[in-house]
Design a protein around this ligand. Structure first.
Ligand SMILES: Nc1nc2c(c(=O)[nH]1)N[C@H]1C(S)=C(S)[C@@H](COP(=O)(O)OP(=O)(O)OC[C@H]3O[C@@H](n4cnc5c(=O)[nH]c(N)nc54)[C@H](O)[C@@H]3O)O[C@H]1N2
Ligand SMILES: Nc1nc2c(c(=O)[nH]1)N[C@H]1C(S)=C(S)[C@@H](COP(=O)(O)OP(=O)(O)OC[C@H]3O[C@@H](n4cnc5c(=O)[nH]c(N)nc54)[C@H](O)[C@@H]3O)O[C@H]1N2
Ligand SMILES: [Mo]
Length: 756
């Protein structure tokens, strides 16, 4: 639990005035219509619209302002008054724009018209929607279906997503990768394996009942700030929070509630984490094994600590796990994770004293080469004291995009056996493809191999978000067809395929007027609650279409005529699509149209929440990892573990600005954060400019230069730099062994002085 007061990251609590200042800075830059304030008031409330930022649940007992710093930024950002019109291309070529930063591309504003790439002039030119759909249809139908990929980033609502997946299957493949392939796929696969559920077991009421959180590799202050309120409430009632993270993240250190006037005026902050353990990157397995060992030892010594009834009745595999915990020495555990035995015993003490524990995790566990073991270990820890499937306790993966979980629920899945194909066959009278489709890593490899010939993207910015992005830029533009359904210009548009299209869409806060009026859509949050959402803002351009409408029009040109497939009717009335969702998934979506606006949403239920385990063995399964870390490389002289970070001023590849105020880094993203001892050992001083060089040993040269060294409170051997810039350094093949989620939180690199 090191403290370095001279290092830059201690820059005030999460929330507080800093949060308001940050929102107002974004307001100034995006110059939205002031009516955006009314939009914010409606955010995340029944009858209003659901924030398009993160997937944190929307409570039934909502606050006057049920949005956070980053939700406000996301809404303000998409409501910008800036417009990227067809005339923008009079002054710029695609090649020239490649020299712009992601932030500069963002600042061009909302896209206003469908565009197609003209190779002769190297510009996008406006086209009519009819022309765009007709030509996309011709282009894609000329390709073998298995060479075409339908990607979706977790924004679009359940209606567009259901139809998107249906469209791909009617077209002829299951090539339906999604952003969660880079994110919580480890959860979908790893959690499913051990408890039979691909999603978390915790629901909103559990937050009010729990007395302890264990946080592993999730950063609520930046990525799910509305979570800070339940954390503060827990602290107010005397609960405990224990955190494991190589970085001291401000949101897990302290918080001033910006909605509490007294706290704002007095500046009284709530200390969030009672214990903060800065373990070495990628070593959660060792840390959790240490805590488990202490729990087992306490049970041996005094009994009554382990919940034997739960273990005997509900689990399998405990014998091998307990043997590993007993046989592994404290020395081995502490050497691995860099924490002391005493620190791990302190964590175990809090764990044992708590009646009800919630285990929270995010990318720190999932984006590792053995991320599934990480998740298994956290579940092991919870199971030791029956902390799963019980009130106030459970496992809580914090999901990313606002509807990332829901898109999977309604059929966006590349694995055929995750989808009720017989229902689809029955409802739409066709033979759905049975062969598994491509995961996003397979698609990236397919691009590199020249096998993928077209990408159709419902949102997202894959040329930035994927590993090995420098290699992908070249092959992306070698494709026959690229189609991007987007709200703003992004770098992926700058690598156009031979036939390339940007289809601009509405955002969620805007009126989605169809033949039967302004349409509702629905989304599913991290707690499997389904919410209705309807926009009310005027549209930025009358040439925009909704994601659902675009999907229907693509469906019409891509799929064979079929009397059961009624694209026009569905487009006119989204409630008919909800009927289809209910018909396909009757248990999950009973009375969907009626229930979607219940305050707090309606719950899709989850067997593991009731201790029903849909696993292979029918029991909850203990995991016995084969090593003490989640890495697929060893330490070597000069090799570092690169942790790719999100700043407080970005949403994935959308860069709002250059202020990572929680970490005290201002005005630049080109930094390398390093432990001071490591700097000394490498002969580096503050502000030295260095390059990171890939050290995966696969014969591919990977390099990112121009990074200024900043001394930072990190464990030795772990260095940090920002995502997405760092993606040049992540090999496509570096991913979780079970789920293929890229191992972006521990990438093998070396440091070189940069001549630049
Ligand atoms: N403002 C904002 N909000 C967002 C996003 C955004 O970019 N900006 N992105 C959205 C998306 S798509 C997602 S998936 C989520 C992501 O939200 P998070 O899951 O919080 O993702 P990260 O910030 O990438 O990483 C989480 C934490 O893992 C820690 N970590 C790294 N390596 C390790 C390790 O080996 N062990 C442990 N214990 N911790 C480690 C990092 O220091 C970091 O604090 O947020 C969503 N919300
Ligand atoms: N090194 C490294 N790489 C990572 C990660 C990491 O932590 N480290 N994180 C990974 C994670 S968790 C994720 S989820 C992925 C994210 O990968 P993606 O989902 O592909 O990327 P985003 O940045 O979320 O996509 C932003 C683009 O989506 C479009 N957009 C925004 N809003 C909308 C909308 O409402 N509708 C439509 N149709 N388009 C919209 C805009 O054009 C914008 O440019 O990146 C992954 N990559
Ligand atoms: Mo994500």
């Amino acid at each position: 639990m090191t403290q370095h007061d001279d290092l830059p990251q201690e820059s005030g609590p999460a929330g507080g005035w800093g949060s308001l200042r940050s929102i107002s800075r974004i307001f100034g830059e995006a110059r939205p219509n002031p009516a955006v304030l009314d939009t914010l008031r409606r955010q995340n409330k029944p009858g209003g619209f659901m924030c398009s930022s993160c997937a944190w649940p929307k409570p039934p007992n909502y606050k006057p302002f049920e949005f956070c710093e980053n939700g406000a930024k996301a809404t303000i950002w998409e409501n910008t008054s800036a417009r990227c019109t067809p005339e923008f291309w009079d002054d710029h070529t695609v090649t020239e724009l490649r020299a712009w930063t992601d932030h500069e591309l963002e600042m061009t504003g909302r896209l206003t018209a469908p565009m197609s790439y003209d190779a002769e002039t190297d510009r996008y030119v406006e086209v009519s929607w009819d022309e765009a759909f007709a030509e996309i249809g011709t282009g894609l139908k000329a390709l073998p279906p298995e060479d075409v990929v339908f990607y979706s980033s977790g924004h679009a609502g359940l209606e567009a997503s259901y139809l998107w997946a249906l469209m791909a299957r009617l077209y002829g493949n299951n090539n339906l990768p999604q952003s969660s392939n880079m994110c919580h796929e480890t959860t979908s696969v790893g959690l499913k394996k051990v408890i039979g559920s691909p999603v978390g077991t915790v629901v909103w009421e559990d937050l009010a009942k729990t007395d302890c959180y264990f946080f592993f590799g999730q950063n609520p202050g930046t990525n799910s700030p509305r979570f800070l309120h339940p954390l503060k409430e827990l602290k107010d009632r005397g609960g405990k929070i224990v955190t494991f993270n190589p970085v001291r993240e401000q949101g897990l250190v302290s918080f001033v509630d910006p909605q509490d006037p007294t706290a704002m005026v007095t500046g009284s902050e709530t200390i969030i984490s009672d214990q903060y353990h800065q373990l070495k990157g990628g070593t959660d397995i060792a840390a959790i094994l240490g805590i488990s060992k202490a729990v087992i030892e306490a049970d041996d010594a005094r009994g009554g600590v382990i919940d034997w009834d739960f273990i005997n009745e509900h689990t399998t595999g405990f014998d091998t796990f307990i043997a590993l915990a007993r046989d592994t020495t404290w020395q081995a555990i502490c050497d691995e994770c860099g924490l002391t035995e005493e620190a791990l015993r302190e964590a175990a003490e809090v764990y044992m004293q708590a009646e009800r524990v919630i285990g929270v995790y995010g990318m720190g566990l999932t984006q590792q080469a053995h991320g599934a073991w990480n998740i298994g270990m956290l579940v092991n820890l919870l199971m030791l004291r029956g902390n799963i499937g019980r009130e106030g306790a459970g496992i809580c993966p914090v999901r990313g995009h606002s509807n990332v979980q829901g898109q999977r629920t309604v059929g966006i899945a590349e694995k055929a056996d995750l989808v009720p194909m017989d229902k689809l066959r029955e409802l739409f009278d066709f033979e759905p493809p049975q062969k598994d489709g491509m995961h996003i890593v397979d698609a990236a490899q397919g691009l590199l191999d020249g096998k993928v010939r077209a990408m159709v993207c419902l949102g997202g910015n894959l040329v930035r978000a994927l590993p090995d992005r420098a290699r992908l830029e070249d092959v992306w533009q070698a494709q026959d067809v690229t189609v991007m359904i987007s709200t703003k210009l992004n770098r992926s548009h700058l690598y156009p395929g031979k036939s390339a299209w940007i289809l601009p869409c509405l955002s969620r806060s805007e009126v989605d007027e169809q033949e039967t009026g302004n349409q509702w859509i629905t989304i599913e949050d991290s707690f499997s609650m389904i919410h209705g959402s309807r926009g009310h803002r005027s549209v930025p351009s009358d040439k925009l279409m909704s994601e659902t409408a675009i999907t229907c029009e693509l469906g019409k040109v891509l799929t064979p005529p079929n009397p059961k497939v009624k694209w026009d009717e569905w487009r006119a009335d989204y409630s008919l699509i909800r009927d289809l969702i209910e018909a396909t998934y009757p248990d999950d979506f009973r009375d969907m149209n009626k229930r979607m606006n219940e305050p707090g949403g309606f719950w899709r239920d989850n067997p593991a929440h009731h201790r029903v385990w849909k696993t292979e063995s029918g029991k909850a399964e203990f995991t016995t990892p084969e090593k003490l870390n989640a890495l697929d490389f060893d330490d070597a002289e000069g090799r570092f573990r690169l942790l790719t970070m999100r700043s407080n001023d970005q949403f994935n590849t959308t860069i709002y600005g250059y202020s990572d105020r929680f970490r005290g880094i201002e005005g630049t993203r080109d930094v390398l954060l390093m432990n001071e001892e490591d700097m000394k050992a490498q002969g580096l001083a503050k502000d030295d400019v260095v390059a990171l060089v890939g050290d995966a040993g696969d014969g591919v040269a990977r390099r990112l230069g121009g990074l200024s060294v900043i001394p930072f409170d990190l464990p030795r051997g772990t260095v940090g730099s920002y995502y997405p810039e760092c993606n040049v350094l992540v090999p496509v093949g570096h991913h979780d062994h079970l789920s293929k989620t890229p191992g972006s939180k521990a990438v093998p690199v070396r440091i070189e002085r940069d001549a630049a």
